[in-house]
Write a protein that binds this ligand. Sequence first.
Ligand code: CTP
Ligand code: CA
Length: 221
Amino acid sequence: VIAFFTPKLLAGRKVLITAGPTFEAIDPVRGITNLSSGRMGYAVARAARQAGAEVTLVSGPVGFCPPQGVDRINVKSALDMHAAVMAQAAGADVFIAVAAVADYRVANAAEHKLKKDTGGIPPIELVENPDILAEVAALKNGPFCVGFAAESRNLEEYAQTKRRKKKIPLIAGNLIQDGFGGEDNRLVLFDDAGSHPLAPAPKSVLARQLVEHIAHLTGKH
Ligand code: CTP
Ligand code: CA
């Protein structure tokens, strides 16, 4: 009953989220990916939906279903993710990039399965993928952009440098040893006002706190 009268923090707002890893093909059966589980991004999608937002989740390959009420677009590679996001970004009020996007893709991906007996070790050439978050942040009248920085050390320095380089107002930093793959995480939010460390908690709780912080920074609450 109380929930009925509580104004929802992101009521009516369009929130676009990326989550999970990407998969960069080497040949039809092999590829380069990473250990992102997608849990943090899916928790953020669920929290934004519960806060009343219209949520579109652009998701790399993960092992679970989309949260209730969330529109999911499934993608595999960083280029697929880039295309899906750019098609949605202009209409979004908030963009939250949680995905662990591969920085590089295979330039010489093979159309057919590589065979071991056809002369030597195959060279894998890499080319840089587009920076989806930086591109959305550079849009005129684009959404309020939020990044994630998963680091193995120097969290504050690396996260703040990323925030400035990508020209985004808010970044959520975590150490990979605290969060990658698990149910819990430890986040520090970095914005113009400085750093806001959140207590270690389940990803669902942290996602709600992040949504509250975004609602606060984007006004109206
Ligand atoms: N990101 C993105 N597109 C990319 C790379 C990263 O949208 N091609 C987003 C991630 O979703 C995350 C943020 O940018 O929100 C930071 O990603 P991260 O990999 O930590 O930063 P990079 O700029 O790629 O720097 P590095 O990997 O060297 O730490
Ligand atoms: Ca990266």
